[in-house]
Design a protein around this ligand. Structure first.
Ligand code: PMV
Length: 334
């Protein structure tokens, strides 16, 4: 099945009567149990399920309106040249929903994710665009269908449709119609994530080719699905019991296993910088001294810390220049 056929299937029976304009917000998300590896590149179907936490008010707001050919794309209020990689990716996504006759759009995208903080904006970007399209075209689609459409833009965008903790079910079907995310009913106001920005430079290898290389060449990849199954189980159990230390342990083990699997690829996929390793040692040493702080990392050199509100002041002392996020909107303490 091609992406186009998939979209036609999801939109079959949906109404379509375009309005003048629409606006939608979607949060960024950080995976606690990572998605790494596709079983189908065309439909962005993952090998394993994954679980994330959305970042509250940090994310992307997208405003869409209809216009004459060609599309106009504005990022943070500034027009984007049509041949930039971002503009191409965005147009390729919009092409899934139209013919060469149109419709064409003005897309105004504003990220509230701090730039360079190592928080992927593609997830919130494609989720916000999908939500805005649903409103503009008045499709009236359910979140489950929207999650599957956002998935075609970027895998992790499937999870950015919802606030809080989110599970993306890998599904089993070849056509991808059972691969969507859903929210978990867990409210945890004390939960904190902080980003440690070590490098704001563009990553040398994007997640798509890196996943591909890992799957094709890393001898450790065979072990990855079993690792995810174990970590997902532990994380879901820890969420139910609000057991922060079990959650942190499983999330950290999962992220490090993903990086170990990448490093065993050929050529190796190593996103870490010397500063990354320095932060890891600082965290482990503080934890050894009794501070319940854990870490996770994505496809880049930056580190994200996991802790609870009561330890925020201590974590800030440990790592200055932190960007602290309260995913459940509780006021920051300390
Ligand atoms: O959605 P993508 O293609 O940007 O891949 C996301 C990969 C990780 O951020 C490393 C893991 C995840 O589950 O978000």
């Amino acid at each position: 099945m091609t992406k186009h056929e998939f979209v036609d299937w999801v939109l079959a029976g949906a109404a379509s009567s375009p309005r003048e304009s629409a606006e939608a917000f979607a949060p960024a998300n950080i995976a606690l149990c990572k998605y790494w590896g596709k079983r189908n590149d065309e439909l962005n179907l993952p090998v394993t399920s994954s679980l994330s936490v959305s970042l509250g008010r940090l994310g992307t707001t997208t405003r869409l309106s209809l216009r004459e050919n060609p599309d106009e794309i504005l990022l943070g209020g500034r027009p984007l040249a049509p041949d930039t990689p971002f503009a191409r990716r965005l147009r390729a996504f919009l092409d899934l929903f139209r013919t060469s006759e149109g419709p064409f759009f003005r897309v105004q995208t504003v990220n509230t994710v701090p730039t360079g903080a190592g928080l992927a904006s593609s997830a919130s970007g494609f989720a916000a665009l999908t939500l805005a399209l649903n409103q503009l075209m008045q499709w009236g689609l359910e979140p489950r269908a929207l999650s599957m459409l956002a998935r075609l833009g970027s895998g992790s965008a499937a999870r950015s449709l919802y606030p809080g903790f989110v599970l993306w079910n890998a599904g089993h079907r070849d056509d991808g119609l059972d691969s969507y995310a859903e929210p978990l009913e867990v409210d945890w106001p004390e939960f904190r994530i902080a980003t440690v920005t070590l490098s704001a430079r563009e990553k040398p290898l994007g997640s798509r080719p890196a996943m591909h290389r890992t799957r094709e060449t890393s001898i450790l990849y065979q072990r990855w699905p079993a690792q995810v199954e174990r970590d997902l189980f532990l994380i879901r159990e820890a969420l139910t019991e609000r057991d922060f230390e079990s959650l942190g342990t499983a999330a950290e083990a999962n992220a490090l296993a993903m990086h170990a699997t990448m490093i065993a690829s050929w050529p190796p996929v190593l996103y870490w910088l010397p500063e990354t390793v320095e932060v890891l040692h600082r965290i482990w040493s503080a934890r050894g001294d009794g501070l319940p702080v854990y870490l996770t990392m994505d496809a880049g050199p930056n580190v994200k810390l996991l802790f609870t509100g009561e330890h925020e002041a201590a974590v800030r002392r440990l790592v200055p220049d932190l960007e602290v996020i309260t995913p459940f909107g509780a006021p920051a303490s300390g």
